[in-house]
Design a protein around this ligand. Structure first.
Ligand SMILES: C[S@@+](CC[C@H](N)C(=O)[O-])C[C@H]1O[C@@H](n2cnc3c(N)ncnc32)[C@H](O)[C@@H]1O
Length: 275
């Protein structure tokens, strides 16, 4: 799959609400943001930022808490999502770049960030977009551009049950295929928590630890509304796939609410430092 083909995926999605789809409880994103603010970064990178929603909430919270705002940069692969992020962040002191985390360059090959540049880098629910073979490259790039003593904070899937991970991967591929996100369906890799920690360690990070564990709660109704709002047959196909996830069901990872059906997946906010 060429990068241009993958690039089309989040161009196709357009406007959507990532946090709504993931069904995080109200305390999850504030925990991440407060940890960033309490670190008092002067330079901050929102990486794989989608429409820039995390960067925006972060800068709003810096202002509410009357903490001096950092100079924020934003990196996103999709041109469409980058444009949405630019509009969202127009009033804030920030720069949005369209490029690739694996090269830390624009799609035209222009290098973006230098070594030891950021006090803090945050990634929200995106490291699973990168294939297994490139995972170490991603954390090594983050390590390179982080300052010594800098903080990497990641919110993402962190599975401890391999069968649950496999069924969630199947459901994600089902949703991606139905939504026409063929690059994502082929490339995504859902890490076990210990695989993730090993990659961070191999990239050079230390002080790796969980800040918070939580559940993703991904429901058929919310997926349908955000990815195929007018296509009833696709919604029903996804709901059927959730209903037939035997291991998730047996282990209490399927939840019904009225006529809606959701699956749960282990998530974690993880922090790691560059020595
Ligand atoms: C699931 S979305 C999450 C977006 C955002 N962090 C949020 O929580 O709303 C993952 C994002 O990662 C971006 N992405 C995928 N591969 C990337 C890469 N190689 N470099 C930079 N961004 C990438 C996608 O375009 C997409 O916008």
């Amino acid at each position: 799959m060429s990068s241009l083909e993958i690039l089309k995926d989040y161009d196709v999605v357009g406007n959507y609400s990532q946090d709504e789809v993931n069904g995080f409880s109200n305390d999850v994103i504030p925990t991440l943001i407060n940890a960033v603010i309490d670190f008092y970064p002067k330079t901050l990178l929102d990486c794989m930022a989608g429409d820039g929603n995390l960067g925006q909430r972060c800068l709003e919270t810096f202002a509410e808490r009357k903490v001096p705002a950092p100079e924020m940069q934003v990196l996103e692969f999709s041109r469409v999502q980058s444009e949405i992020a630019k509009a969202r962040l127009a009033q804030w002191n920030s720069t949005v770049w369209t490029g690739d985390i694996l090269t830390m360059a624009t799609h035209d090959g222009e290098p973006l960030f230098t070594e030891n540049m950021f006090d803090c880098i945050m990634i929200k629910s995106a490291n699973h977009e990168i294939p297994l073979a490139s995972q170490l490259q991603m954390y090594s790039q983050l390590f390179r551009i982080l300052k010594p003593g800098g903080l990497f904070i990641n919110l993402g899937f962190a599975f401890e049950d391999e069968k649950a991970r496999d069924e969630v991967r199947h459901l994600a591929q089902c949703k991606d295929s139905l939504a026409g996100l063929h690059g994502a369906a082929a490339n995504r890799y859902f890490l076990m928590k210990d695989e993730f920690y090993a990659f961070l360690q191999n990239a050079g990070f230390n002080g790796i630890r969980p800040l918070k564990t939580f559940n993703y709660n991904i429901s058929a109704d919310r997926v349908g509304k955000n990815y195929f709002p007018t296509e009833r047959a696709k919604y029903q196909a996804f709901k059927n796939a959730v209903a037939s996830s035997a291991h998730l069901k047996e282990n209490g990872f399927i939840e019904s609410k009225g006529t809606d059906l959701a699956f749960l997946a282990r998530g974690e906010i993880t922090i790691a430092f560059k020595p």
